[in-house]
Design a protein. Sequence first.
Length: 158
Amino acid sequence: MPVQVSQEKGKTPMEVSVMNKRRLLNIIGRIFDRRTAMITLVGLAMAVTMQSLWLETIGPRSPQSEVLPFSSDSYVPGEFLVKPKPGVTIEIMEALNLSLDVKVLEYLPDIGVFRLKVASGFSVQQMVQIYNTHPAVEYAEPSYVVPAPTANPQALSP
């Protein structure tokens, strides 16, 4: 069950961050006992700190610095797909999405892929690049629009 995280109206980024951490603690508390939850929270805090340092290293990039050649009409604007590596739990992906302020639009369990909404201030290309460099992610890609195949009328006639 993905956690829905949205920007709260009238809240500062710090207040939203605190609220998101409380939501994360509640998720962990439901999964583990109190002692394990605290140990897990400390580990996640370290991971989020490392994630922040990692994002500072990458930093938001200008459109001119993009290296991924996407055509804006070939994928759904503002959405991308992410498949976690084998063994990565949904909870780990939820924590990653929460740390990047990315909203889960849908989880596709048959193929193990998350359909995500791009975080505010980022492009699809930037989010794909960020997720593709994360060690928990097998791949990330734009949510491509693929036209349905057209039937050949001659192939259908006897």
